[in-house]
Design a protein around this ligand. Structure first.
Ligand SMILES: [Zn+2]
Length: 128
């Protein structure tokens, strides 16, 4: 999985908790977040997406979140099972149906939605 997909998944996860919206408001960077969300919408213009995510990271670090969207510890020790390969058992997870978002959740309870694209997650079989 690409680092970009991982960062988009982090945006998706953080948007669900409302923290990100509050942090960018405090940093006066609401327009930046709006541009990122617009880029992630179907047919959105992604030409400045990576640079905007870099800027968002810088705001998060300045706010006091080490590593920004994807903390270094997560980067180092938690490779996503979606990207895993080899002879491993298959498990079913809920995954974002859009190719750009790498978010996944264990299947339990009600079907969650992607907070970036506002679509329900879909069941997907992955290697554990
Ligand atoms: Zn998503």
């Amino acid at each position: 999985m690409s680092q970009l997909a991982r960062r988009i998944a982090a945006v998706c996860r953080e948007m669900e908790r409302d923290d990100l919206r509050e942090i960018v408001a405090e940093r006066d960077a609401g327009a930046l977040l709006d541009r990122i969300l617009a880029a992630l919408a179907p047919g959105g213009d992604t030409t400045t997406l990576e640079r905007d995510l870099d800027d968002l990271d810088a705001h998060l670090v300045a706010y006091g979140i080490p590593g920004g969207l994807v903390p270094p510890r997560w980067r180092a020790y938690r490779p996503s099972p979606v990207a895993a390969d080899g002879p491993r058992p298959k498990i079913t997870v809920w995954a974002c149906p859009t190719a750009s978002c790498a978010r996944w959740l264990p299947v339990a309870g009600a079907v969650p939605r992607c907070s970036v694209r506002d679509v329900p997650l879909v069941e997907k079989e992955i290697s554990a």
